[in-house]
Design a binder for this molecule. Structure first.
Ligand code: HEC
Ligand code: HEC
Length: 557
């Protein structure tokens, strides 16, 4: 008892010690890569553990997890089993799956690399072969009732860049939200007894299913408009609307049977998962900068759990007792680095003089929003540097106060915040964590390091590549096809940086309608980011040659 009291005391003090880092308007005078300012040895240790938490979901109080072995048995079972027959009629998506691997690839999860990949800036922590047997983003949790499967941060925040797995890069094709909607649709039809009888399930596993089904009642899931975007925002809002409005968002029969109306059940506010390596420059979070205080990693855990129907009293207890885990995860997220173009394409693919001309245009038209990137080539000792050194960012200077600007891009995502800011701010756990949400009008101009690897562009993926981004909005492609980054030559336009579009689109991509992006759909508009940026008095200020120079510069960031 005494010990427990002591640990709680220590973790509370850790919380309050760190509070100054997360206050609204804490000036950012340098990139907060080593957010807790610990020694190098400690820093490396924190990052290593933190990356493990990013890969394996750490919240042990989480109750929305699928019993693993029955699920595996199910996918490997004969098409004649009873549960399978019920599901086959209901679920066209999952019914053809014949193995867990089919499920994982549908979910867009990536396999761990079989060897060390030097191109990634954020190496995979040391893991044993059992830990690496499931794909990145899937987490096997051991519970007293049996093993369960759940998803971690990596499901949305690990990207595959030409076979290299990059922690902190957006997963281009996540399907977590869609999986929730499927699960929610199916759950009421799966009787835990039929489940137990036909899938060699233990009584413990049956209870786990009962528990998962119970939690699902408090989840409001929504399928993203297009593959590549995510609806976690709507999921949090709709899940909150199934709870009472007290400070713990209590879950009652009445609250889930009669959810409050929320515009996000219809309104589209989809956005892409963010990259992690720009956090170190900012003091407000999310694409619209609407989280104005509080550790964003705490906030993400909270949102992940609300989206899983969690009991917030239990979560609060878990968070206080596991402050160190959160600290490690936070350290890793803030320490994430951007992948470098030359490591993937070779340093000879960068034309330094062209990039230097691009730098001038950038500094006159882009810097005031996106920050300054001091290059190796500007150093006094530039003459003695290698080409690799010349193209590095020596220093990134972003705003001391993270700005939000409305440049006319699609407003759906930022408007969506109005639909649940009050519900979030009311929660006691938000107050404890210092999380404050204030709806905005516009988006944060993202810091641009590693921008080459972040295609497609804008919060809603509406612009396929950087040539398109520098084209007046009314002349940008109205539709494009997305596809995985497997082949450097065919799946990536090296001149335009991003998806090849039009005649260059790989034929394979067009066979799958999930990969089709249509800017005419609600929330998907590719408007904005042209007037007063590279259009002045109705005229474009850059020639095509100059635009290519800007792109050459952006490749080096
Ligand atoms: C289901 C997909 C999904 C999962 C799982 C997920 N995230 Fe995210 N994350 C997103 C999306 C989408 C955004 C951007 C939303 C926006 O701002 O429009 C985001 C944004 C963030 C941001 C803010 C970035 C910024 O620049 O402000 C952080 C930090 C973050 N996530 C960390 C995490 C952590 C840590 C976890 C695991 C505990 C996690 N995320 C799990 C989808 C996900
Ligand atoms: C007035 C401020 C402002 C100026 C000036 C500006 N931008 Fe932006 N930029 C933004 C905002 C805001 C966004 C985010 C828009 C969104 O996601 O909807 C953005 C987004 C971007 C993105 C996409 C980022 C991503 O992660 O998808 C790129 C690339 C970009 N800008 C490049 C440029 C370049 C190049 C210039 C100069 C020619 C420039 N910007 C000038 C505000 C600005």
């Amino acid at each position: 008892m005494k010990l427990l009291f002591l640990t709680i005391l220590i973790s509370f003090s850790a919380l309050s010690q760190d509070a100054h880092l997360w206050q609204a308007q804490t000036p950012i005078t340098h990139p907060r890569e080593n957010i807790y300012e610990v020694s190098q040895t400690q820093f490396q240790e924190l990052i290593e553990s933190g990356k493990t938490h990013a890969l394996f979901y750490p919240v042990a109080s989480s109750k929305l997890a699928i019993p693993y072995w029955p699920l595996k048995n199910f996918f490997e079972s004969s098409p004649d089993s009873r549960v399978r027959k019920i599901l086959n009629q209901l679920a066209k998506t999952v019914s053809p799956f014949k193995s867990m691997d089919d499920l994982y690839s549908y979910l867009g999860l990536h396999r761990f690399p079989s060897e060390t990949q030097w191109q990634t800036p954020n190496s995979i922590p040391e893991l044993n072969s059992e830990e690496m047997s499931l794909p990145m983003g899937a987490t096997l949790m051991k519970t007293p009732h049996g093993d369960t499967l759940t998803f971690s941060c990596a499901a949305c925040h690990v990207g595959d860049l030409f076979g290299v797995k990059v922690i902190g890069l957006t997963n281009r094709f996540p399907r977590a939200n869609e999986f929730f909607t499927e699960g929610q649709r199916l759950a009421p039809y799966i009787s835990s007894y039929v489940f137990k009888e036909s899938l060699e399930t233990t009584e413990g596993e049956r209870l786990l299913l009962v528990q998962a089904k119970e939690n699902l009642k408090y989840v409001g899931a929504k399928k993203p408009t297009v593959l590549g975007l995510d609806t976690s925002l709507a999921q949090v809002a709709l899940s909150l609307s199934k709870r009472d409005q007290d400070e713990y968002g209590s879950r009652t029969k009445l609250s889930h049977r009669f959810p409050r109306k929320n515009v996000l059940s219809k309104k589209i506010a989809d956005s892409k998962p963010a990259v992690w390596w720009t956090l170190k420059y900012k003091n407000r979070w999310l694409s619209d900068g609407s989280i104005i205080s509080g550790n964003p990693v705490y906030t993400n855990l909270l949102w992940n759990e609300i989206g899983r129907g969690a009991d917030l009293r239990e979560l609060e207890k878990w968070m206080t007792e596991n402050d160190q885990t959160i600290k490690e995860l936070t350290a890793a997220v803030f320490a994430a680095k951007a992948p470098r173009y030359e490591k993937f394409f070779g340093v000879e693919k960068i034309d330094i003089e062209k990039a230097q001309r691009g730098e001038k245009h950038f500094n006159s038209s882009c810097m005031r929003c996106h920050g300054t990137y001091v290059k190796g080539w500007s150093l006094p000792e530039a003459d003695s540097l290698s080409k690799e050194e010349l193209i590095q960012n020596i220093k990134v200077v972003y705003h001391t106060q993270t700005p939000v600007r409305n440049v006319g891009t699609d407003p759906g995502r930022y408007e969506g915040m109005n639909a649940f800011a009050a519900d979030l701010n009311r929660l006691k756990i938000s107050k404890t964590l210092g999380t404050v949400v204030v709806p905005q009008k516009g988006y944060v101009p993202p810091p641009l390091d590693g921008i080459w690897a972040r295609w497609p562009y804008f919060h809603n993926n509406s612009v396929a590549n950087l040539c398109e981004l520098l084209t007046p909005a009314n002349q940008r492609a109205k539709t494009y096809w997305a596809g995985p980054a497997n082949n450097r030559e065919t799946d990536f336009d090296q001149d335009c940086v991003g998806y090849p579009i039009g005649a260059k689109t790989p034929a394979k991509w067009k066979k799958n309608k999930d990969f089709f992006y249509d800017t005419a759909r609600e929330g998907m508009s590719n408007s904005g980011h042209d007037e007063k940026i590279f259009i002045k008095d109705g005229k474009e200020i850059f020639s095509n040659v100059q635009k290519k120079e800007i792109i050459e510069f952006l490749k080096t960031l």
